[in-house]
Design a protein around this ligand. Structure first.
Ligand code: HEC
Length: 153
């Protein structure tokens, strides 16, 4: 009886250890978590810039600059081994990002260009132009997501 209990405790300890190992965040998952956080921050900065654009172009441009820096970093945030289907990662990043790197880079460049145009319109105090440019920024987000981002996990 004692022995059986001892084995049961040992078994429970092993299961606990297994859970602990499973909880260790892989480097690949860290990359994913960091880029998701960066994407969210970028979206937040674009929204803040948009809200400010009608009343305070200078502050809007500061927010936009932060979004711009993240946009430029997008291609570098997708190292090998971080695709949906790779072991140890939960991500919406489709393998197409790696099989079509030129297209992915182009989609990132499209966002960078749209942000640049938006900044130029704000600098020129062209409100209508800035509104249209913000629309193009959102389109650039969608263009990439449609092709390279899978379903929510
Ligand atoms: C060049 C491609 C590309 C562009 C441009 C892009 N994204 Fe993403 N975005 C992705 C990919 C791929 C993911 C999925 C990342 C992952 O799960 O590892 C993602 C994820 C996100 C997420 C995380 C939420 C989630 O779980 O999907 C947000 C928020 C987001 N993007 C917002 C934006 C916004 C806002 C813009 C435009 C200002 C933008 N993205 C532009 C490719 C892009």
């Amino acid at each position: 009886m004692k022995r059986a209990l001892g084995l049961a405790i040992l078994g429970a300890a092993l299961i606990t250890a297994g859970v602990a190992i499973g909880d260790t965040v892989s480097d690949a998952q860290k990359s994913v978590d960091q880029r998701v956080a960066a994407m969210k921050e970028m979206g937040g900065k674009v929204n803040e810039a948009f809200q400010l654009s009608a009343t305070n172009a200078a502050d809007a441009r500061t927010k936009l600059a932060a979004a711009f820096a993240i946009a430029q970093s997008i291609p570098s945030r997708f190292p090998a081994g971080t695709a949906d289907g790779d072991p140890g990662v939960t991500t919406r990043a489709l393998p197409k990002i790696w099989s079509d790197q030129g297209g992915f880079q182009k989609a990132a460049d499209g966002l960078v260009a749209a942000l640049k145009t938006t900044d130029a319109k704000l600098a020129a105090n062209d409100g209508a132009g800035a509104d249209a440019a913000f629309g193009d920024v959102r389109k650039a987000c969608g263009t990439c997501h449609e092709t390279y981002r899978g379903k929510a996990k």
